[in-house]
Structures are given as C-alpha cells and as structure tokens.
Ligand binder design. Structure first.
Ligand code: ZN
Length: 499
C-alpha cells in the first residue's frame, strides 16, 4: 500500500459513512418534527439496516489496513490528515469493540425508546419508560466496558462527550459551583423577587414564529443554511456546514421559553455553520465536543441573550409583536424577569444561576446508576429527593421530573455535565474577549460581528482539530478555571438583586 491508495480508501469510506449519517439524520429529524405518531416501527427497521451498513463500512478490513498504514507513515501526512486518521481510529475502536448485532439492536432500541418517552413524558407515565431506561443504561455500561474494560465505565461515558473528563474532575467542578451558587441563591431569595407576571401572558404561536425569524436575524444566522423545526424538545442537528437544522417548542403562555431555545440552538448552529472550509468533507468538520458546543450555545443564550444590552436591543420588537404581553413593561423589567433566579423544576427553563444545580442532579444519578449504587427503577424517587435537597422544590409529576429531558431516551448518558462545563468555558471566553472587545457595547448596539469574529477565529473554524481542553487553552491563554464562571454569576446576580 502507498499514500495514494491508503488515503483514497480512507476518503471513500468517509464519504460513504457521511452519506449514511446524513440520511439517518434526516430520518431522525423527520421523526422528531413531522412524522406521524405511529410511524416508529418501519423507521426502526430502516435505521437498523442503515446502522448495519455504516458499521460494515467503518470496520471493513481494507479500511483497517489503510488506517494502520496511514498511522504508521505519519511523515507523509499533513498534520490535519494525521489528526483526522487518529480521531477516526479512536471512534472506530469504540464501534469495533461492540458486536455488530448489539450495535444495530441498540439503534432500534433507541428509536423505540424515543417514541415511548414522548408519550410517557406527556402522560407522566414512569412505568412505561423505565424498562427502556433500564436497557439503555445497561447497554451503555456494557459498551463502555467493551471499549475500555479497565476503566470505570462512567469515566468512559463522560469522555465520549467531553474528551478527558473524569468523575474526579467533574466532582471537583460541581463542588466549586455548589459552594458559590447555593449561598448566592440564598441571598437573592432573601430579598423581594423581581417582577415576571407578564412572561406567562398569552403570546400567539404564529407571532412567536415571526419572532424566531427576527431573533435569527439579530444573531446573524444565515437562514439559507439554517432551518427552524418544531419538536417536543429543542435540538440542533447538522448534515454539513451548509445545512444545519435547529428546532424549538412554542408555548402560548411562555414566550421566552421558545425565545431562549432559538437563541441557544442558534449558538450551536453558528458553531457548525462556521466550521473551517478546509475541514469540510473530513472527519474534523464541525464541533469538537459537547462541552465546547454547549459553551457556544450557552454563550449566545445567556452571556448575549440574557444581557441587559440584548434584552434592551430586542425590546422594541417584543413590544411591537406582543403588545398584550409587553404593553405595561419596561426594558429593565424585561431584563430582570428573564434573569429571575429561582429554584424550579425544568432544566431548560432554569435561570443561569440555578441551572448548574439541575445538571448536578442528573450527573449524580447517572454516576450512581452506572456504578451500581442506584437501581434504574429507583431513579424517579432519587430524582425527586435530589430536587428537594438541592433546589428545595417538590416534583409534582414525572413529566416535570425525570422524564423531562430527551437525553436518556436518545441514549446520551454522560452528556449533562457538558452543559455546566460549557457555561463555565463561556464565562472564561468572555473574560478573554473583553480584553480586546467592548462586548457590552457590541451587544447593546446589535453589532455582534466583533464577537462572532472572535468566536470564529478562536473556536468555530478549528472544528475537531484540537482536543477541547487544548482548544479552550489556546483561545483564552490559560487552563480552564471555573472561577471565571462563579465570578460572572456573582457580579451579575448581586447587581440584579442588589445583595
Ligand atoms: Zn445545547
């Protein structure tokens, strides 16, 4: 074998795999958006066959041979090629460690589980979903052990979403957050609460759709390359850098719910849409990890979207579109309302201050289940107890409890810490950005270009070229430090609550 032959096999494999993932992604997107309710069965069969095809393409002996050749002839490869082959090889080692039938069966299980979860959530039916959840946890643990038999399985899972992350690091990180957030929250709760009555006023959904289009425009997202769908749980999916889809969920009595979903998913979309052109058509295109991905979405959602400048910037449009909601409200009241700190039930609608506590609940439950300390059937009780302990709230039903998120039904175990990490990464990026950019002024004037240019230069264009920790360090010139996030929260909430 020589370089030309090896790289040709590798590229052909990439293109075929990408085509199958594209098609699978469209099927999945269709399922979540417009497919009729009772369509899961046929889709499961199709997805099973396509997964088998992708497994075979990826693990073919000639691919293995080409990859081995490329890895042992590093001097003939560009740094990007070497990185690409190395990264592919790692994911391939994971896939190859799983027997094909188990891998295919898992895809079918997830398709069914997502379908059952939708109904279970709406009907608050824990018993319907728990058997699926049990299989999902069990299978994820089994796969983690196939892949890294000598490593703690939950460490392996965490590392799938945030490379290198371990329970030891996550424990320390969450301990820092808890020690700062809990007393700050208590202080905020000890003074009169901000006004937020108007946020539950009726806002017609067709007008909310117009509002979403407006927000995308403010965020400078090119709509020719980014569509908005409607789903139970908002998400972003990307097929290539010219075709990214975000979704939202409209609630007539909670206008800002969709508003912040659009801004959050818009942040994910920006990251994917601005992946480097040189990386397109390779395994290095697109976001590097869920932690970095969430740093971008939560940067848009919170650092930009929940800033005084941004809420003031969009306020005239809010009043124009929703006069019945904002008629007797000031821009300052709007700013404070969207930053109302209050223990609550739903993670995706939690304020910036309490958000990490919601993530902590999920992290501790996942860790306990995977280590064998908690049975899946006891998750609902554990969930409710932890919400009482950390947030002081009573969970009224499972739809507002452990069934609220789509992640577990989609097989994502180990994902949640990425949200809290991403929030903290974003705060450190903001501090660095402020050394050269008047961020507040850019947001207040609606000129996001200097901010997006910074993010594109430091994060987006690099795709998967660097590991997440390395990428962050290159961007901010220092190792990760959660103090930037806790300092940011303290400054922001002490000012809002005057405590
Ligand atoms: Zn997200």
């Amino acid at each position: 074998m020589n370089y030309q032959e090896a790289i040709k096999i590798f590229r052909t494999m990439h293109d075929k795999l990408h085509a199958i993932h594209h098609a699978l992604g469209v099927v999945h997107y269709d399922a979540a958006t417009v497919a009729p309710k009772a369509s899961a069965e046929g889709r499961g069969k199709t997805m099973g066959i396509m997964t088998e095809m992708s497994y075979n393409i990826q693990t073919a002996p000639e691919v293995k041979e080409a990859v081995e050749w490329l890895l042992s002839n590093k001097d003939q490869l560009t740094p990007a090629e070497y990185r690409e082959v190395t990264e592919f090889n790692k994911s391939n080692e994971f896939i190859s460690s799983i027997p094909m039938q188990e891998y295919v069966d898992y895809t079918i299980l997830i398709n069914e589980a997502e379908d059952v979860w939708h109904r279970a959530k709406n009907e608050s039916d824990a018993d319907a979903f728990l058997p699926y959840l049990e299989k999902i946890f069990e299978t994820n643990k089994k796969f983690a052990l196939y892949y890294k038999p000598d490593q703690k399985p939950y460490d392996t899972m965490l590392s799938m979403y945030e490379k290198g992350l371990t329970m030891e690091q996550a424990d320390k990180f969450f301990a820092v957050l808890r020690s700062k957030i809990v007393p700050l929250l208590e202080k905020c709760m000890s003074v009169p609460q901000v006004r937020c009555d108007f946020l539950s006023r009726t806002a017609a959904i067709p007008t909310q759709r117009i509002f979403s289009d407006y927000l995308m425009e403010v965020l400078t997202i090119n709509r020719d390359n980014c569509g908005i769908g409607e789903t139970e749980h908002p998400f972003t999916t990307n097929f290539n850098k010219k075709d990214v889809r975000i979704t939202t969920h409209y609630h007539e009595d909670a206008l800002v719910s969709s508003m912040y979903s659009v801004i959050h998913e818009g942040g994910h979309a920006m990251y994917e849409l601005h992946s480097g052109d040189d990386l397109e058509g390779t395994f290095l295109s697109g976001g590097v990890s869920m932690g970095i991905h969430e740093s971008q979405s939560r940067f848009f959602e919170n650092i930009i979207g929940r800033s005084r400048g941004f809420t003031a910037l969009i306020f005239p449009k809010c009043q124009e579109l929703f006069p019945d909601v904002f008629g007797d409200v000031t821009a300052e009241e709007f700013y404070k309302a969207v930053n109302k700190a209050e223990p609550s039930l739903i993670r995706t609608e939690a304020d910036e201050l309490t958000y990490a506590l919601h993530v902590l609940v999920r992290y501790e439950i996942e860790k306990a289940v995977i280590s064998g300390d908690l049975a899946v059937k006891d998750i609902p009780t554990a969930w409710n107890n932890k919400y009482k302990e950390y947030l002081g709230v009573d969970v009224p039903d499972h739809g507002h409890g452990f069934l609220q998120d789509s992640h577990w039904s989609g097989g994502s175990i180990g994902y949640f810490p990425s949200y809290a990490l991403g929030s903290a990464y974003g705060a450190q990026m903001l501090a660095k950005m402020k050394e050269t950019i008047d961020v507040d002024k850019c947001i207040a004037t609606g000129d996001l270009a200097p901010i997006t240019a910074w993010l594109e230069e430091k994060i987006w264009r690099h795709g998967c070229m660097y590991d997440p920790g390395q990428l962050l360090e290159m961007a901010v010139g220092a190792p990760f430090d959660p103090a930037y996030f806790t300092d940011y929260l303290e400054a922001k909430f002490k000012e809002i609550y005057n405590v």
